[in-house]
Design a protein around this ligand. Sequence first.
Ligand code: NAP
Length: 248
Amino acid sequence: MNRVAIVTGSSRGIGAATAIRLAADGYQVGVNYLSNNVAANRVVEQIRGAGGLACPIQADASSEKDILRMFEQCESKLGTPDVLVNNAAILKPQMPLVEMSFERINEVLAVNVAGAFLCCREAVKRMSTRLGGRGGVIVNVSSCAARTGSPGEYIDYAASKGAIDTLTLGLAKEVADEGIRVNGVRPGFIYTDMHADGGEPERVDRLKKKIPLGRGGQAAEVAAAIAFLVSDESSYTTGGFIDVAGGL
Ligand code: NAP
């Protein structure tokens, strides 16, 4: 039986590493992206080149219409998803809360929180054994920022990750008897493009002295934790979190 995974925001960074890892673990992967079709196609080609199956799926995680289309395309091209990795998220330039606009806060919450909720909803509709599905696994990508609050940088982003943690806890209990496990990973400082969006591309190197392991993390190291939570090796784990943060 084919096993199918959707990884949101998997054209780059942690999502791309996760898509490639899950494909290597035997999943057919829906590679979701917002606008960078070149990067998404590169991930798909890498998976295909290694003998796997994947397809790019453009969809904006802040649009309900797009999310519905993403799941429909995944079903028609690959099959019903067994795995959802809720990874897509944005952050905005560093600033204190006192300077944040209403538009900015809403945009961060729309992508990072509402988008993740809707993706969970669509996944549960298809996975739930109560609704005729064959079960499944959801992994939500949170952040250490949920614990630290990111003062002076992006409290809006940190709070969105706090919401992801609560979503993970609540949904895990809600669907535990429907064949679905729901867990989270909390990356720390990982080398990806995201820090440039915050206005500081070299942020990981600036902060790495504060990390007990003394270095920033690689996207593949986060993907390994996600792959564990997706796999049957974690069959008795739900509502749990793995910090991938070098001891932070
Ligand atoms: P990234 O390198 O900035 O990549 C972001 C990905 O999300 C891209 O594939 C992008 O697509 C996609 N995306 C952005 N907005 C989207 C939208 N509205 N709808 C659909 N897809 C969208 O990010 P990353 O650093 O790998 O982060 C991945 C996850 O890890 C996020 O949840 C982030 O909060 C979390 N995290 C990262 C770090 C870190 O240090 N990097 C630390 C803690 C947590 P395009 O390529 O089309 O733009």
